[in-house]
Write a protein that binds this ligand. Structure first.
Ligand code: UD1
Ligand code: UDP
Length: 368
């Protein structure tokens, strides 16, 4: 730790390592806050996400400078993506010798960055540290645990994440900042203007491995969509599109009268969609949390408890599309859902100033 801090004082460059859509959204707030401090920063893009509307659009809309390198690690199996990203990140870190690296969330890019930087004794900051689902079958769980244990400073989005880290003996490195996605959400919601509530739709996102790798499972999700009362707008992740095609379900999906499949969208459009929603149907960690920012209750299509506070108040309601009883219960939940006014929304994820708290913590610990 002493050695790492000495190194941080010698060299000034802060390197952000990102590669996935939600990481660009988190990066935006912290990058701009560090910019205000006059910090020297650069960005490594692993290339895990690579389509225009999965990557470039976020840099453009959120005014993030172009990454100085893209490692083109996307499009393979877990090990392939992780290995390619790790090798590329190691080369870059050896060449540029940053003082500090910053990692985000729980993807294969996060894992690759944590392992590469740790072995080069470069201090690591992990943003969105501490969530646990207590299921190894969830591929992100392994990434979260490794990244948290290898990092020097852990920024937590909520109190439950702090408790998880305490249980794992990581309390001294943990710092409760609130959720950085809330910073970006608020900035974009402000730009987007007044919330529109006349046409209340159901917004759906769907991409997790658990919900796209099995034909039966995908078909049951389509049946659930069909039974919902209202227009279901789904900006579809490219993985889901590919899997529906591979399983011969694409025409079936397109033929559902209330199902409006669109290309995945940039963050400005996504925020507008969520602001108009009466309900969100998703398997996304980020979107299920954002539902509380946007005032739309959430049907969650995974059997994990990632945001326990939201589950405890039945804001986030789990549904198993393959279980008739669970679907009936979900349809009942959906039928009661309506857009919730700002004053009545849950407030578990800080005050929208997480990035400023992170910068303060970095300053106090001598990293900047
Ligand atoms: C990854 C993360 C997940 C996160 C999600 C954010 C891991 C293990 N998973 O899942 O935690 O919730 O990002 O969206 O890291 N594809 C494209 N174009 C793209 C991106 C992906 O066509 O721009 C297709 C490719 O076929 C690719 C597949 O989607 O193989 C899966 O992409 P991948 O990044 O491995 O997983 P995600 O489902 O995006
Ligand atoms: N998102 C977006 N456009 C879309 C779908 C999602 O901007 O078409 C945003 C969403 O609002 C959230 C983030 O992307 O901020 C979540 O990404 P994703 O669901 O891919 O990942 P997860 O949160 O599950 O890791």
């Amino acid at each position: 730790m002493g050695l790492r801090t000495e190194k941080a004082v010698q060299e000034r460059m802060i390197t952000h390592i990102v590669g996935n859509r939600p990481q660009f959204i988190k990066l935006a707030a912290l990058y701009h806050e560090l910019e205000k401090e006059g910090c020297e920063q650069n960005i490594i893009h692993s290339g895990q996400h690579y389509d225009e509307n999965m990557s470039d659009v976020f840099f453009r809309e959120l005014h993030i400078p172009k990454p100085y390198v893209n490692l083109a690690a996307g499009g393979g199996s877990h090990a392939q993506v992780t290995a390619k990203a790790m090798t590329g990140i190691e080369e870059e870190l050896l060449r540029t010798k940053p003082a500090l690296i910053i990692l985000y969330g729980d993807t294969n890019t996060t894992l690759a960055g944590a392992v590469a930087a740790s072995k080069l004794c470069i201090p690591i900051v992990h943003v969105e540290a501490g969530p646990r689902v207590h299921h190894k079958s969830n591929p992100e769980e392994c990434n979260r645990i490794v990244a948290d244990h290898l990092s020097d400073l852990l920024f937590c989005p909520d109190e439950i994440s702090m408790q998880n880290l305490r249980r794992e003996g990581l309390e001294s490195r943990a710092c409760m900042t609130g959720d950085i996605m809330y910073d970006t959400y608020l900035a974009i919601a402000k730009e987007a203007g007044q919330e529109e509530t006349e046409e209340e739709t159901i917004v759906m996102t769907w991409h997790r491995q658990e919900n796209t790798s099995d034909r039966e499972r995908m078909e049951s999700i389509l049946r659930l969509v069909e039974r919902l009362d209202g227009r279901v707008v789904c900006p579809m992740h490219p993985r889901t599109r590919k899997c529906l095609r591979e399983f011969g379900l694409w025409e079936r999906a397109e033929g559902i009268p209330n199902f409006d499949i669109i290309e995945s969208v940039g963050y400005v459009e996504m925020v507008k969609l969520m602001q108009r929603a009466k309900l969100i149907l998703t398997d996304s960690g980020g979107v299920s949390k954002e539902s509380s920012f946007a005032g739309a209750k959430c049907l969650f299509m995974l059997d994990i408890d990632i945001w326990e506070d939201l589950s405890d108040i039945d804001w986030l309601h789990k549904v198993d599309p393959q279980d008739e009883e669970s679907v009936a219960d979900a349809l009942h939940f959906a039928a009661k859902a309506e857009h919730v006014p700002v004053a009545d929304r849950p407030k578990f994820y800080g005050d929208g100033h997480a990035a400023a708290k992170m910068v303060q913590a970095l300053r106090e610990r001598g990293y900047i």
